[in-house]
Design a protein around this ligand. Structure first.
Ligand code: C2E
Ligand code: MG
Ligand code: MG
Length: 687
């Protein structure tokens, strides 16, 4: 046998080339699973090509490292075919490894193909030397070379396949896969060489006709460089892709979290919204049910918020809501939920279930909400009405608990606000009745069930009667006379108030015309709801109604509340100016409860201020209310407005108001609201 030897440097180089080529191929293979169609085919071809080239050049570097004492060369055709075999088998194996699911059968098959490709390339490459006599192979080493090729290929394919499943260890896995594959190629090659025996006297048939080793080394060097270059570019591209994907994933994750937060929280106060609240109540019910414990739902509504919002604008309103939310949040336990339920409504879900504890918590919240708020140099005040429902007695599901807490809150409002009430089943009966009333109200106008009562307005101190305020009542067929506070607020919510007000305006004018014809030169005051006041057809309706009844405009007084007048000051001003041009008089009702700006009040074409009953009812000399009333009267005089005091119930009030210089008085003391015909009999001058 001829004695062979190896060049150590070239052996090491052959190993490096094999690993680099494998790394390139694995990098490309990981792109395959991420793409589809044409791009996928390209990556596959690239990976197969890099792998095949790598195997092939490794083989020839290995051959350069090997020397026999005879001259060597390679047959170009066989050399080329060996390259094709390497590329084809690599491509196929990579394709197999990158399928969505790599079964054991597929893996074994892939390992066989890849191993056969590596071995096939090697032994074809050996054939390309065209040795004479032919090379003799040692069967044991030969078999071993095949086993190494197949097992190491299998390992490499398996690692490559697991790359797509484990993105966190991509680089490490790629390096391990590349080393395994490199071992498959190199191990196969050198064990194959170990198997080869060159009989003494052998000559290389391709030594002169074929590619000589000089050219081969240049080709191999170029190929190696190319493979290295590709490897570098791919891995760079890939790592950038990975970090971009990472960033993309992270921002997607953040966006998702933000969306989720938005869907479950109120944007203004950042408190949980209704949806999240319902969810929390549901969870709390589950826990409480299991542990047989109690918990509480507190429904809170801000009193007076609407007036502030209307008078100062939404920015101030928003500020108040945020501030209020923070105060409530600070008053409850950290594990309690504070949610914004709607406009100025909040719900507290408290883990406490003891009535005494809850009463303490509720009064703390009422107290903290009623502390003054300072914004833009204003000092504003709000109060809260709270309704309380306790699980399980006041409701077994989120809906029932909320509805009952809400009913208790409304009950509290009716009882005089700024406090709390525990739920009682009787409150719900009221609520249901209320709902039926709303439905019946729709028919009330058609069926002519509405009536007007008239309350006299006296020139201070004791007369004569100068006019009447028309006040609507509902003559219900079963329930009798229903007062406006039972249906006007709801009619405002449903919009029915527009029809009611139009009817009241027409009816009051009809009545006034009769009085005028009877010789009473009275005026009639008609209340306008905020909705009617803002209605585009208001001016037209008023003009037509006056014309229809042939009344002088100055005999009609329209009452709008202070907060309505101050809501949209510019719009209000425009409407009031048009009414003024019509000749109709304007009265600012419930004065003192809203937040009037003096500046606007001065420009407002009103002729009358009606001091709110609230100030009159507790009017005692030297009281705070007395100071307010005298200030309002002074203000009215300065602005050239008539001052009307309403709700005068006692002689003491009447006298004191006269003393303060009130222009007119209205109240139960002087005359209750009565139907139109009764009014004439009662208040006809008895001359
Ligand atoms: P308002 O315009 O401030 O009317 C005065 C209310 O005080 C009337 O109640 C009247 O009966 C009552 N009142 C008069 N004197 C006294 C008194 O000495 N003591 C007490 N405690 N109360 C007195 P009413 O008729 O129940 O009306 C309540 C509110 O309903 C009215 O307040 C007004 O805002 C509204 N309203 C009444 N009629 C109409 C209407 O036709 N259209 C609209 N939009 N609202 C109306
Ligand atoms: Mg009024
Ligand atoms: Mg009033």
């Amino acid at each position: 046998m001829l004695v062979s030897s190896y060049d150590a440097v070239l052996v090491v180089s052959s190993f490096i080339v094999a690993i680099l080529a494998s790394y390139t191929a694995v990098s490309m293979a990981t792109q395959i699973s991420r793409t589809r169609g044409k791009a996928m085919a390209l990556w596959l071809a690239g990976g197969g090509f890099a792998m095949g080239l790598g195997i092939w050049s490794m083989h020839f570097i290995g051959m350069l490292a090997f020397s026999l004492p005879i001259e060597l060369g390679y047959d170009p055709l066989l050399t080329f075919i060996s390259l094709l075999v390497a590329i084809a088998s690599s491509s196929f194996a990579l394709w197999l490894a990158c399928r969505r699911r790599l079964t054991w059968r597929r893996l074994c098959f892939g390992a066989l193909v890849m191993g056969a490709g590596v071995a096939g390339m090697h032994y074809l490459g050996m054939e390309a030397m065209m040795m004479m006599p032919r090379i003799v192979y040692d069967p044991v080493w030969f078999a071993l070379s095949l086993v190494i090729a197949v097992t190491a290929s299998g390992a490499a394919l398996w690692i490559t396949a697991s790359l797509s499943r484990d993105p966190t260890h991509r680089t490490a896995l790629k390096v391990i896969a590349a080393i395994a594959m490199g071992c498959a190629i190199v191990g196969m090659h050198y064990s194959g060489m170990e198997a080869a025996r060159f009989p003494v006297g052998s000559i290389c048939g391709a030594a002169n006709a074929g590619v000589d080793t000089h050219w081969l080394s240049i080709i191999v060097a170029l190929v190696t460089l190319a493979v290295l270059g590709i490897a570098l570019i791919i891995s760079l591209l890939d790592s950038r892709h990975v970090s971009e994907t990472g960033q993309l994933n992270q921002s997607l994750h953040q966006a998702n979290k933000a969306l989720e937060h938005m869907a479950l929280h109120d944007t203004l106060t950042r408190l949980p919204n209704r949806a999240l609240l319902a969810d929390r109540i549901e969870q709390t019910i589950e826990t409480a049910h299991r542990s047989k414990s109690r918990f509480t739902v507190l429904f809170l509504d801000l009193d007076g918020f609407k007036a502030v919002n209307d008078a100062y604008g939404h920015a101030v309103g928003d500020f108040l809501l945020v501030e209020c939310a923070q105060r409530i949040r600070a008053a409850v336990h950290p594990e309690d939920t504070v949610a914004r339920f709607g406009g100025d409504e909040f719900v507290v879900l408290s883990q406490r279930g003891d009535a005494e504890d809850i009463a303490t918590l509720a009064s703390e919240i009422v107290e903290i909400v009623s502390q003054p708020y300072t914004i833009r140099d204003y000092e504003l005040r709000l109060s809260a009405s709270i309704g309380i429902a306790i699980y399980p007695e006041d409701g077994q599901d989120p809906h029932a608990l909320l509805v009952n807490a809400d009913a208790a809150m409304y009950y509290r409002k009716d009882m005089g606000r700024n406090g709390y009430s525990f739920f009682d089943p009787s409150m719900n009966a009221n609520a249901e009745e209320h709902l039926r009333l709303v439905q019946e109200l729709r028919l009330a106008i058609e069926r002519n069930e509405l009536v007007l009562h008239y309350q006299p307005k006296f020139d201070d101190p004791t007369g004569p009667v100068i006019g009447a305020e028309a006040l609507v009542r509902w003559q219900h067929p079963e329930r009798g006379l229903i007062m406006p506070d039972q249906f006007v607020p709801t009619a405002e919510k449903t919009g029915q108030i527009i029809d009611i007000d139009n009817w009241a305006l027409d009816e009051a004018c009809r009545q006034l015309k009769i009085w005028h014809e009877q010789g009473h030169q009275w005026t009639v005051s008609v209340n306008l709801s905020p909705l009617q006041f803002a209605h585009t057809e208001l001016i037209d309706t008023v003009r037509k109604t006056l014309a229809r009844h042939g009344l002088p405009p100055h005999s009609l007084i329209l009452e709008i509340t202070e907060s309505t007048a101050m809501r949209n000051v510019d719009d209000s001003m425009a409407i009031l100016q048009q009414l003024d041009e019509l000749g109709v008089k304007i009265s600012i009702d419930d004065f003192g409860t809203g937040y009037s700006s003096l500046l606007y009040l001065k420009r407002l074409p009103a002729s009358e201020l009606k001091i709110d009953q609230g100030f009159i009812s507790e009017l005692i000399q030297d009281s705070e209310d007395a100071a307010i009333v005298s200030a309002i009267i002074a203000l009215g005089k300065a602005l050239n407005l008539r001052i009307v005091a309403e709700g005068v119930e006692t002689l003491a009030q009447q006298e004191f108001l006269s003393e303060l210089g009130c222009d007119s008085q209205q109240g139960y003391l002087l005359g209750r609201p009565v139907p139109g015909d009764a009014f004439v009999h009662l208040h006809e001058p008895t001359s």
